[in-house]
Design a protein around this ligand. Sequence first.
Ligand code: HEM
Length: 371
Amino acid sequence: MGAPRDGGRTLPDKFAFHGRHQAGIVTPQQLFAGFVGFDVLAEDRNGLTELFRRLTERSRVLAAGVKPKDERVASEQPTPDSLTITLGVGASLFDDRFGLSGHKPRHLKAMPAFPDDRLEPARCHGDLSLQICAQHPDAIVHVLRDLARETDGLLRPRWRADGFLNPSRPSGSPRTFVGFKDGIVNPDTGSAREMDRLMWVTPPCGEPDWALGGSYQVLRLIRFHVEKWDKVPVARQEKIFGRRKASGAPLDGENETDPPNYRKDPHGRKIPLDAHIRLANPRTHKTDDSRFLRRSYNYDSGFDKRGRMDLGLVFCAYQQDPERQFATVQRRLEHEPLADFITPIGGGYFFVLPGVQDSDDWFGSRLLKKL
Ligand code: HEM
């Protein structure tokens, strides 16, 4: 695929489909993603079980590199493309249609509107969420077509957001369309201890047994007002984020990976107290457990009816508890200076199911078999 566009990371061709957790969460981020919110058309629990089984079967073979059906004529060579397919469930799946109401994950609810939001109902929520990630954009479309055909009559799409990562320029974390490097700071996905503390549903979480090994996904479609942003001098933009635009370094550091030292700067002379990174993660003992994993992508949908660029971020966050983590951070960011330049317009809260254990298992089996 030519020069790496992801800061030099090389991804394995395939990610294991079976495991305690689904792939596509702590596995390294691919270059392209499709996020889709669906409503379930199945009418009863048997229909829902059939839907989950079919989604599992197709995801299993596609992740193993088997070509989606519509693409077979183009080439018979398997092209795994580092594909991951990650399935989540929304709060609405636990209404009275399938008898699941007593089994909802504790913290699952419809995404609320936060004060700076302008949510468009047609771009929010859903009974299910699918995150499809791969190294080429056509792979996403083929997989989506394949899954849609195989689940015909059981699912109806509600919204879709396609995303991509920009190349890293000149090096390090890739930039979003606000021009700053993004994704620099995240919890350590290599540390099982940190992941169990911040990401996965574990026994101390007090969640239903079937949910162990799952994680909460928060999706937010956030539009950037680039025309307005581009009029802001770079020095002001840097204060809004708390980082240098060129290097990505915090304003008190040299390199993008330098940690900011807020204790040495209690009055915000170097990094303003209301800078995005300082509010998002004040790095205190008290705020440590509100950290979460960001795995976001850019989107670009052309122009709106008034001729303004319609682009921004498909913000995607994974965590153990969306209230303790995402919502707490979002409240700290309320009315931050960056809020004048962005508007959240869609998304949803979902619970990403535990992983499919082996070739006999299927998505949601522990939930549906229990009943
Ligand atoms: C379109 C909106 C947003 C933009 C353009 C944006 C941009 C950035 C940038 C450039 C950074 C610094 C680089 C990095 O550490 O990755 C950053 C960090 C961060 N952002 Fe955002 N962000 C946005 C929305 C959000 C939202 C909605 C949240 C959570 C509610 C959030 C949470 C964070 C966190 C936790 C960090 C890491 C801070 C640290 O640990 O130092 N961001 N963001």
